[in-house]
Structures are given as C-alpha cells and as structure tokens.
Design a protein around this ligand. Structure first.
Ligand code: PLP
Length: 314
C-alpha cells in the first residue's frame, strides 16, 4: 500500500493569489483573505454584476463611466448596495492605494448574496458588495500586442440578449469559455463568438472592431457596451475617423483591412490572423496603431483620469 503524501508534499497551492487588496464587509484585506460563502447566489447562480476599471501609471481611467455602467446593472438586477457612487469610488481608490499597485485591474462586484433561511426567493437575499485591486492584466501579452493576435471565430452562439442582457456586465461566461476551447482546438489564441443571427458578437472579455477603407465598425447587437469600445468612438470623433456600430458578418470581418479588439484588460489590441488566415498582409495596420497610441495618450488627459493618492506620497 502506498503511504499518503505528507502535507508538505501534497501542498502545492492550486489557489495561489496575486498581490492585491480586497474590500469586503467594511474591511480592507489581503486578496487571499477575501472569501465569500458557497451559498452566495453570485456563486451558485451567477447572480451578480460587476465592473472592471484599470489604473495605469497611478491613475484610474474613466472611472465615472465604469461606475455609471455598474449602477445601471444594479438597477436592472434590482440589487442595492449600502454605498453611493462617491463611496464606491473612495473604496476603489483605497484598495489601489493600499495595494501600492501603479498599474492595476480593479473590480467592483455585487452578488445577490445569501438569505439566512436559504430561501429560494431572491428578494430574501442580502446583496453583497465587494471590490479588489490586483496587478494589471491584459488579454494580449507583449508579443501578441507587437505582432497581433491569432483569433478564431467559433460556432458557439452568444447567450441571446433576451435571456441575459449583455449590457449588464455579468459572469455568464460558459459560451465564451466554450468559444475559447474551440479556438484553442483550432490552434488560435482567442475566440470571437456569434450572435443569434450568425453575426460576430464579441469575445471572452473584449469587443471587436473591423477597419475597411478607412472606416471602423463594431458589432451593434448582443454585446457588452464596453468602455474601451466607447473610448474608441470618442477617440475617432477627435481624430476625424469614421466609426459606426453595425451588424458584422464573419465574412466582412475576414475581408477587413485591419482588425482589433478592445478591453479594459489590455486596451486596444491588434488582430492579424483570423481563422488561420492573415488579415490583409498580416501586419498590424496604421489605423490600429494610431488608435492604440491615441488610447494610451488619453490616459494622461486629466478629464479622463483620476490619480490615486498612495500612502507613501505627500
Ligand atoms: N465584452 C465582454 C463580454 C466583457 O466581459 C468585456 C470586459 O470584460 C468587454 C466586452 C470589454 O469591455 P470594457 O472595454 O468595458 O472592458
């Protein structure tokens, strides 16, 4: 009979945490100590909404828009939290300040919570707010940002908006995760999935843009209205570039001159291969580069950023 492994042999922590700070139940905690009940509806039923904002070089980017979207989601899900927007903003600032992170990925979350009687009526649950700051992460790594991502359009269909409203930022990701595995099986790095009419919708954590003859388009239907997507519209207006939300067929995407994806986790990220074929000549195109540069330059615009006060600063 083989003997049982000792604790030190068996203990290779599969739940390692990055550095970071969380806020929960009125307290700031190291991220590894922020735990929720297994009875929380957020965990049991994906009954939750959240928002993600980033901090870049010590300042939040467009935090007001993320707070607005979070509040719209709360209202649509009939959830309430015991904080107003200024208080949530202060909590997020504090998480980042305590973490010391200059580049951070910051989430605010509200779950349906639990009801003391384990009632099946969501109205009995006490909603739960939490937040955290961890190091900034990107959908695309440095090499992918340089050469462009290799993406596959999966046959997986996005959950219909009539079932789960995509404008409520949510954790219903089984379609997106299926799409990812589908893409990996085809040798691609990430996926785009389709809407219920067979048009391109979005990917796991990002929106998509195509550029054809100098004009930008992005899917209008069945997608999260991303803040980075909105920022691209704002930047295009400033740069005098034509940009519209329209239906996007997979064929139109494949025939684009340039393609990029957008997310708070990484910003504007080029795509240079689609379904195993190069997009145009397979290099990152000039308009994509211009939008990427404008996006990062906009981070130093005081109108779009709010600096964090770190404890070690005067
Ligand atoms: N679409 C989905 C499904 C997402 O989860 C996200 C972000 O996480 C996005 C799009 C991009 O939105 P944003 O630019 O606000 O990060």
């Amino acid at each position: 009979m083989t003997s049982l492994p000792t604790v030190s042999q068996s203990y290779r922590d599969p739940h390692r945490y990055p550095p970071g700070i969380a806020f929960m139940d009125g307290q700031y905690l190291p991220i590894a100590e922020a735990k929720i009940s297994v009875l929380d509806w957020g965990f049991l039923h994906s009954d939750a909404t959240y928002d993600t904002v980033h901090v870049w070089q010590g300042a939040f980017f467009r935090l007001d828009l993320h707070l607005e979207r979070f509040w719209r989601g709360l209202a649509k899900l009939r959830m309430t939290i015991p904080y107003d927007r200024d208080q949530v903003s202060a909590i997020l600032h504090r998480c980042v300040a305590l973490s010391g992170l200059r580049d951070a990925y910051v989430e605010m979350i509200c779950t349906r919570g639990t009801s003391p009687s384990f009632s099946r009526d969501p109205r009995d649950a006490v909603n739960r707010f939490m937040a955290f700051a961890v190091p900034f992460g990107s959908v695309a790594n440095e090499e992918q940002l340089r050469r462009g991502l290799d993406v596959a359009i999966s046959d997986v269909v996005r959950i219909p908006p009539g079932s789960v409203d995509p404008s409520i930022k949510n954790y219903h990701w089984l379609d997106l995760v299926r799409g990812l595995y589908d893409a990996y099986d085809r040798g691609a790095e990430t996926a785009l999935i389709l809407d219920t009419d067979g048009n391109v919708a979005e990917g796991p954590g990002f929106n998509v843009f195509a550029i054809k003859d100098g004009r930008l388009t992005t899917p209008e239907f069945g997608v999260l209205p991303g803040i980075t997507r909105r920022t691209v519209f704002d930047l295009c207006a400033m740069l005098g570039v034509d940009c519209a939300a329209l239906l996007m067929s997979p064929e139109a995407l494949a025939a684009a001159d340039e393609v990029f994806i957008t997310s708070t986790a990484g910003g504007v990220m080029p795509v240079t291969r689609l379904n195993g074929q190069a997009i145009a000549d397979g290099s990152v195109g000039p308009i994509t580069r211009r939008i990427m540069d404008a996006y990062w330059a906009a981070h130093s615009d005081p109108a779009w950023s709010s600096p964090v006060s770190y404890p070690d600063e005067p």
